[in-house]
Design a protein around this ligand. Sequence first.
Ligand code: MTE
Ligand code: MO
Length: 258
Amino acid sequence: MRSFRLPRRRFLTLGGASLGAALLGGCDVSDSPDVVSILDSAEGLTYRAQRLLGGRHSMAREFSAADLSPVFKVNGTHKPEGDEYAALVESNFVDWRLRVDGLVARPLDLSLEDLRNLPQRTQITRHDCVEGWSAVGKWQGVPLSILLQRAGLLPAARFAVFHCADWYEHALDGTGQYYESIDLIDAFHPQTILAHSLNDAPLPVGHGAPLRLRVERQLGYKHAKYVMRVELTDRFDNIGRGKGGFWPDRGYEWYAGI
Ligand SMILES: Nc1nc2c(c(=O)[nH]1)N[C@H]1C(S)=C(S)[C@@H](COP(=O)(O)O)O[C@H]1N2
Ligand SMILES: [Mo]
């Protein structure tokens, strides 16, 4: 299994932008001047040192075309409600823009074409849903690391939050909007991509058109579909019900490692 693990001691002193730059460059990070601990979080430490230093940096298994599932189940939202999303589908997403903002130096506003013109990654991986089904699909998209590098993380950034176009009506407290969040370790993982294609075709509506997250070391519900905005933050207790994601807000683990 391939790995991009960093030496233990260096890793503990890394954080924020320096972590990203280091992983991207694959370079020696020991002289990084920008030292922000990612371990001194007030937030419970579900990803405490053990996990950080363990398998979080290894690659998820990749498969071959022969392994592709004949049918890839659509789960959760099949199509976001509302006129706004309907209009986007109608115009084939030409007016859709992905916003990357929050704790970044240069907010981005990217069309689907912009995203297709950036460096791409293709991966055949297995999606595992907590409900007990799996499917192998071929995903193509832009590594999240590329977008974060272009936007330039501010040192305070600790999480990437994915805001989605769909919401669940029955959440009467107004927290029904789907969202998810990951830390910067997963954000800069080489297999973390914002995918616009599934099995060599544009992402179908059911699977999250025009753009969905693939975060291959975690369970299905982390893979936000219908991503409209990526917000860099230092906290998520002020979003939704405060647990970092639609399903985490409803009792599932925030860190859903597999
Ligand atoms: N925006 C959004 N993203 C979502 C969901 C959802 O309902 N809305 N469901 C999640 C769950 S539980 C799973 S298993 C996968 C399903 O992805 P698929 O429909 O492409 O199989 O999307 C995840 N991402
Ligand atoms: Mo799921």
